[in-house]
Structures are given as C-alpha cells and as structure tokens.
Write a protein that binds this ligand. Structure first.
Ligand code: FCB
Length: 465
C-alpha cells in the first residue's frame, strides 16, 4: 500500500456529546432532559445506567481539554446541553450554564483548538417533551429561541456551529421505535418530528448566520449507506424507500428545499404531512458552509416475501416497533462481518461510497466526518495499557477510505474520531466503550488506549500510520 498523506490544513479532531460525558445532571441549575427521564425509567438502558455522573466532564473539563492538546488535535466537537442553558426549554438563560460553555470555548481558543459546537445532541428539556416534544411545531420555535440565546453569548468564538446531531435518531428512534428518549412509538408523530427538526434547523441556522456571521454553519447527519440484497426490482424499491426515510427526508428539505415526492407517497398511509406549512421547506434550506457526516457501517435491505420470519437487523436496537415508518414490507438483513461490539459490520468502503454520493449530488458543499469510530471490549492489561488493535485497524481503514474519496474528488475538510473518552452510550449505558481514552468509572481516571497514541502520530504528521 502506498503511503497515505493528508493535505496541509486537514483538520483532525475528536467528538463528544453533553449527556454522554458531562454528568452533574442536577448541578449548575441544569434542568431535566428527556434522557434523564428515559435513563431513569427501569428497563430502558442496559444495567439501568444513567448519565448522572458519566465521565464527570462537568468538573474535569479543564483536564480533558489538555488531553486534546496532548493528542495534537486541531478541533474539538462537543455539544451544548439545552437544559443547562434554558432549564425548562424556554425563558431566560441559566447564567451558570452559559458560563460553563463560555469558559470551555475560551480555553479551547487559548489552546489553539477550534470549537465545533452542536446545539442539540438529543437532550430535549423535559418540559418541552411534556408539551408535545418534537412532533409539536412549537418546539422548533423554542429551539430557535435557545439558539438565539446561546449563539448570542458565544457568537463567533465558536468556529463551527452545528444545529443538530443525527435528527434521524431523534425522530425515528425517539418517536417510532422508542429505543431512544422519549421512547414513544407513534409512527405519525415520528414523521412530524422529522419535519419539525428540519424546520428548527432552518430557523436556528438563520439565527446563527445573523448573530455569528464569521462562524461556519453546519448540520450533522447519520446518512445510511443502503444496499439492496439483489438486483431485483423489488429489492431496488426497498432500498429506494429506505433511502427516502433515512437520507432524503433530511437532505431534501435541508439542501434542496423540498421533501422528495416518493417519501410523501410512501408514507401517505401514516400521515398526510399537513404539518408542513407553506414556506417551511424553504426555511429548512438555509445555506450551509459544511455538511457533517457520521459513519459507522452499512445497511442491507430486501423486499419481504410476507411469509418468512422477517429479519430486522438494522443495527438500531431491539424494539417491537419499527423505526422504519410505513416500510413493513422491507426487511433488514444481517451483513458479513467483522463486527464491532455494537454488532455493526465493519465496511470502510461504505464511507467512500457515501462521500462520493454526496459529492456527486452537492459538488459545492464541503464535508467533514464528524463521527467515526468503534466500540470493542477493551481490556486493561496488567501493565495498565489498553491494546486496542482492532480499534486502530478500524480507524486506519476508515481514514484510508476517507482519503480514497478525497482522491476521487470529494471535498472533505476534517475528521473527528468518536469518541475522545469512553462515555454513556445511550441505551447501551457504559457497557460499550468508544473512547480512544479509557475511563475508569470508579476513579474517573483517564488512560490513553493504544489508539490514542496511534491517532497522535497521524494528527501530528498527516501521514496515516
Ligand atoms: C452516534 C451518536 C453518538 C454515539 C455514536 C456511537 O449515533 O451521535 O452520540 O452514540 O453514535
């Protein structure tokens, strides 16, 4: 294999999210979010784990930022907890919450690290869920108000503002399959949530443009790489339908200012989409500076014959209710390994394929990989080291796949490994470790895994080790 070298200026970073690392759930005036409620509901998370303490980053943030410097990173992607900024999701700010993020951003700038801030990584203030949550239109207006307050405070000290992380998960896992907070299983509500997230993205995007004109505007999507099981027309149609729900339901309004007609037709039995008002789709299409792409694995679909036991291996957790609204006739097939501890298949070529598709469809829109990484059952060796060779191999192959896409023309500006630290992996609690830095949850001690040392070689040389 010839040497892989990244261009000067390519940004290496790492990513985290507020609820997954901060802890201090009741400190500093923070209000409860849907993830507090959900994780405290028996049976919802593995081992009943909650984010109450997590990696205690709320208290250890300054030391954690030193790790970024030691890793040689040029950027840090974190999220802001709405319930710290506006504990009930509306009204005046909680100054202690704003101050926490303001100090974080200032310190990043002192260290010469670009702050990349996500406004929403799934922690809706509980009061807003009680008022209807994302299926309610008013939540989008509340989000724009929250954006105005926090962007007003942090402004263009933040290099890149990201409105949402993976609205796909917020809508379909939160409101259709129920494996994420708030755990509702209402297909029509899930599609209303899709729309109000798109609308909120547009409203907040306009606020960001106005209040932080020098900052970059982005959104992060978990686009699915969907492959049909055969070249039959039925399987091709299954792939088209899932592509509409997973990808074009967001890319359509956000980038092209319209929902795809096939999505509306496919789901007509679930909802008439009357929650989409005139002008909403144009609002959603606020011009972006960069698109955030999260990638982990691929999806294999087939038209169900209606008789055989239906396979539902979509990688998105187990539920009696499907995340795939209106797609009862589609099945999700297990894929060839190897697999990560999430059970996700490892398929780096899918990342190249995705980046090239986006490049083809939106040639002028730069991209950054805002998440990529893997959970494995890490073992702390007697000498205290964590030899996570499989994670290094995963990262190496996906970073090479990113380079392949760039060589073929894709405009990729940066790569953020998921994650900086082991953390609260949603419904899987602390059982799944994604960090390049190990966290001992008893002592909160941080230890670099071999992958952190490996990543540092890359970030400081631009040569893929
Ligand atoms: C993504 C989430 C992130 C993390 C990774 C493993 O879907 O954005 O918070 O859980 O998966």
């Amino acid at each position: 294999m010839s040497e892989i070298v990244f261009p000067e200026g390519f940004v290496w970073g790492s990513a985290t999210a507020a609820y997954q690392i901060e802890g201090a759930a009741k400190e500093g005036g923070r209000g409860p979010s849907i993830w507090d409620t959900y994780s405290h509901t028996p049976g919802r998370t593995l081992n009943g784990d909650t984010g109450d303490v997590a990696a205690d980053h709320y208290h250890r943030w300054a030391d954690d930022l030193e790790q970024l410097t030691a890793l040689g990173l040029g950027a840090y992607r974190f999220s802001i907890a709405w319930p710290r900024v506006q504990p009930g999701g509306s009204g005046p700010v909680n100054q202690a919450g704003v101050d926490f993020y303001s100090r974080l951003v200032d310190r990043l700038l002192e260290l010469g690290i670009r702050p990349v801030a996500t406004l929403y990584h799934w922690d809706l203030p509980q009061e807003l869920e009680d008022a209807g949550g994302w299926p309610a239109r008013d939540t989008a207006a509340r989000f724009a108000d929250y954006a105005e307050k926090i962007v007003g405070a942090l402004g263009d000290r933040v290099h890149t503002w990201t409105t949402f992380n993976e609205p796909w998960c917020s809508s379909y896992l939160g409101y259709a399959s129920g494996v994420h907070a708030p755990g509702r299983t209402e297909p029509a509500a899930a599609l209303a949530a899709v729309h109000h997230l798109n609308l909120a993205h547009g409203l907040a995007g306009r606020v960001i443009r106005e209040l932080a004109p020098a900052a970059q505007l982005s959104v992060t999507l978990n686009l699915h790489v969907i492959r049909p099981a055969s070249d039959s027309a039925a399987d091709a149609d299954a792939a088209r339908r899932i592509d509409a729900l997973a990808n074009r339901a967001f890319l359509g309004p956000m980038l092209d200012g319209a929902y795809p007609a096939d999505l509306l037709a496919d789901t007509a039995g679930v909802t008439d989409w009357s929650f989409v008002r005139d002008g909403d789709e144009q609002t959603a299409a606020v011009p972006l500076d960069v698109l955030g792409v999260n990638y982990y694995s691929t999806t294999l679909v087939r038209a169900w014959d209606g008789v055989s036991p239906k396979s539902d291996a979509d990688g998105h957790g187990r539920s009696a209710h499907s995340a795939w609204v209106g797609s009862e006739q589609v099945e999700f097939l297990p894929q060839p390994g190897p697999y990560t501890a999430m059970g996700w298949n490892i398929e780096p070529a899918g990342l190249t394929e995705l980046l090239l598709r986006l490049h083809r469809e939106h040639p002028d829109l730069p991209m950054m990989i805002t998440e990529n990484g893997a959970a494995f059952d890490d073992v702390v060796s007697p000498d205290g080291a964590i030899h996570d060779d499989r994670r290094i191999d995963y990262l190496r192959r996906h970073i090479a796949a990113t380079h392949d896409a760039m060589a073929a023309g894709a405009d990729v500006r940066g790569y953020f490994v998921w994650s900086l630290l082991d953390n609260f992996e949603w419904a899987y609690g602390y059982d799944r470790r994604f960090g390049i830095i190990h966290v001992d949850y008893q002592t909160q001690q941080r230890t670099w895994k071999d992958s952190a040392h490996w990543y540092r070689t890359l970030t400081t040389t631009n040569h893929l080790p």
